[in-house]
Design a protein around this ligand. Structure first.
Ligand SMILES: [Zn+2]
Length: 289
């Protein structure tokens, strides 16, 4: 039988520089690199730095150090901190995000919200400001999308086509934060379109985000994004293996590296998470996909 003739143009590795990367990130990066190799896709490094209060340049450096340590090469994206700051920070794409936000405002599908986190009910927004008609240009005010129960189509690599609705926790989700910056869901959609990403590999914990992003794409009529293929992978199980970890929980790759472990040691641990014996590099994962 012929190998599966899947082909993609581009995928991305999109870490947030708000902490040192851990084994869960390594698993996600390795799967992304392996799927890219298998499908002919280029790999873009996108550093998600819109949460400016949490961005730390040590963590940006850690992204480069970790990818280099794991031998994961990129075809596009920043080469180092200076290149990142000069050319690739999301701050350079603010106009794109603002255009999308303006479209949402013009369509009348967003409303201003002044609620605090404490006003959510079990993490669900109760629609408090929906009919308060707070002007959109009010300072320190978030924008929320008016959402309903419409059915969306999620195209996945491993589970085929899934019909889904927005989960309650993302009802009227935020598209513009109180600090004026675009929210993650909006920036992620706009970036993936901007860079021509057609394969998104991410952890299962981000499945609700996939639905929110498809919802936004539907509202903004971004047909290309609606054809993105998603692959949601299992998360690292806490305590699944203690070979590299001193204790249960999250272990940074930086720590693992500084303890004298090699990339092959990390891949071996990733292999155990995936149930694959003797993994030594991300290329070894390809035969398992
Ligand atoms: Zn509100």
């Amino acid at each position: 039988m012929q190998a599966n003739p899947i082909h993609f143009t581009k995928t991305r590795i999109a870490p947030t520089p708000s902490g040192y990367l851990h084994l869960g990130n390594a698993l996600s990066f390795a799967l992304t690199a392996a799927l890219a190799r298998k499908s002919g896709a280029k790999v873009l490094l996108r550093i998600d730095d819109l949460d400016q209060q949490r961005v730390n340049l040590n963590y940006v450096q850690d992204i480069f150090d970790t990818l280099n340590f794991l031998n994961i090469t990129r075809d596009e994206g920043p080469r180092d901190i200076n290149d990142y700051k000069a050319n690739w920070s999301q701050l350079h794409r603010m106009e794109l995000y603002k255009d999308a936000l303006k479209q949402l405002a013009d369509h009348g599908v967003v409303f201003a919200c002044q609620c605090s986190r404490a006003q959510l009910q079990d993490g669900i927004y109760p629609g408090t400001c929906r009919n308060r008609s707070i002007p959109l240009d009010t300072p320190e005010t978030a924008w929320r999308l008016i959402t309903d129960e419409k059915e969306l189509t999620v195209k996945t690599l491993n589970k085929g086509i899934i019909k889904a609705r927005l989960p309650d926790t993302l009802k009227d989700f935020v598209v513009k934060k109180k600090d004026g910056f675009p929210a993650y869901q909006l920036a992620s959609v706009i970036d993936d379109l901007h860079f021509g990403v057609d394969l998104v590999v991410r952890g299962e914990d981000l499945y609700p985000s996939t639905i929110a992003q498809l919802y936004l794409a539907d509202v903004l009529d971004l047909v290309v994004f609606k054809n993105t293929i998603f692959h949601h992978h299992p998360l690292v199980m806490e305590g699944s293996d203690k070979k590299l970890s001193k204790s249960a929980g999250v272990t940074s790759i930086k720590y693992v590296r500084e303890q004298g472990n090699t990339a092959a040691d990390v891949y071996e641990e990733i292999g155990q998470m995936l149930g694959v014996e003797g993994l030594r590099s991300f290329e070894n994962i390809i035969t398992q996909l």
